[in-house]
Design a protein around this ligand. Structure first.
Ligand SMILES: *Cc1c(COP(=O)(O)O)cnc(C)c1O
Length: 355
């Protein structure tokens, strides 16, 4: 019998890049410092809010996340219509690309940056344009020069994943001022809460009088809700309306909405944990540098080691010693800041490696 015909899919889909997630830890004894997760479990108040939601899962969630939007609006001092929640900031990024760019359009971002950008752009049928980092930082000059008539969207990952480096207020403002107003600029601030350098601008200040700027935030990292999938965009109403048009209805689950609201209420406690991680970041950076490593100044919850061709050997040595880090090809490894004990283990491995 002849085999039945295969379904006719989009011709370019089979060749699209795939997201390579950090592997699952093989056991609880392995420290997973490979996915930029928050090492602390959810607070009891957040667990209680989710537990209350469990009895309602037969009902669809509020598609607009109205209560969450109201609370975010108060917390960030932005109008509710400037907020668009989604299934993690990844979900919102996908919606943004869909809203701004289609076939023949270009989406510009630095490289190396967040691994998910190329695939989300290709999936929309648009073309990624990747501008190399310079000294591990965004090269905003080169990015401005790479803008063409086809550029529809520019993503600035600040601080940048995986290098941890951040762009400064002056250079970012000059960059924004130079761009044509019809190009949408997304400031991906997934790690905003970990920023302690006052020269690094808060996107929410920058977007206010710039209709072409959108800011992305998430509950996954600082707030420790990575598994629930909730993030949001802050932007002016034409952009948020387009996002609502492009998003999957009911995407943000009731559990995610309840946990995000409870997390906003527990903000002081959660930000205290963030301060601990920021202090650990400083300690890890100092110790690595003292051991002879070159470590770019990180404003996120991870550090970057450029290891070149030694990347996979180093990642293997870490794993053999019970610590998972994230290797990127022949470029380097990204190491998430964990608990003090996990960081101590990492420092021991990194120290031995150089000895
Ligand atoms: C982790 C990360 C995200 C993804 O966040 P979710 O809200 O979990 O989808 C987005 N952008 C960057 C740069 C990240 O590192």
């Amino acid at each position: 019998m002849p085999s039945p015909p295969a379904p006719r899919l989009r011709a370019d889909v089979s060749g699209l890049p795939r997201y390579v997630p950090g592997r699952t830890a093989p056991s609880d004894r392995v420290a997973k410092l490979s996915s930029n997760e928050n090492p602390y479990p959810p607070l009891p108040s957040v667990v209680a809010a989710m537990r209350e939601e469990l009895g309602r899962v037969n009902r669809y969630p509020d598609s607009r996340s109205s209560e969450l939007v109201t609370e975010l609006s108060a917390a960030l001092a932005v109008p509710p219509e400037h907020l668009a929640p989604g299934t993690g900031s990844l979900g919102v990024t996908k919606d943004l690309v869909c809203a701004a760019a289609g076939e023949g359009d270009e989406v510009l971002f630095a490289w190396r940056s967040f691994e998910a950008y190329p695939m989300l752009v290709w999936a929309a049928g648009a073309t990624p344009v990747q501008v190399p980092l310079r000294d591990e930082r965004h090269d905003l000059e080169a990015m401005a020069e790479a803008v063409t008539d086809r550029t529809r969207l520019i993503i600035v990952c600040n601080p940048n994943n995986p290098t941890g480096t951040a762009v400064r207020r002056g250079e970012l403002e000059r960059f924004l001022d130079r761009l044509p107003g019809h190009v949408l600029v997304v400031l991906d601030e997934a790690y905003r809460e970990f920023v302690d350098d006052t020269d690094v601008p808060d996107g929410i200040e920058l977007y206010r009088d710039r209709p072409n700027v959108a800011v992305l935030r998430t509950f996954s990292k600082a707030y420790g809700l990575a598994r629930l999938r909730v993030g949001y965009a802050v932007a002016h109403p034409p952009v948020t309306a387009a996002l609502r048009a492009c998003t999957v209805p009911f995407g943000v689950s009731g559990l995610a909405q309840a946990a995000a609201q409870a997390s906003l209420r527990a903000r002081p406690e959660l930000l205290e944990r963030v301060r601990t991680l920021v202090a650990e970041r400083a300690r890890v950076t100092r110790a690595l540098r003292a051991a002879g490593w070159s470590v770019p100044a990180s404003q996120a919850n991870f550090v970057w080691l450029r290891l070149g061709t030694h990347t996979s050997a180093f990642a293997g040595a870490c794993e053999a010693a019970g610590v998972m880090v994230r290797p990127f090809g022949d470029e380097g490894v990204r190491i998430t800041i964990g608990t003090p004990e996990q960081n101590d283990n990492l420092l021991k491995i990194a120290g031995d490696w150089r000895a």
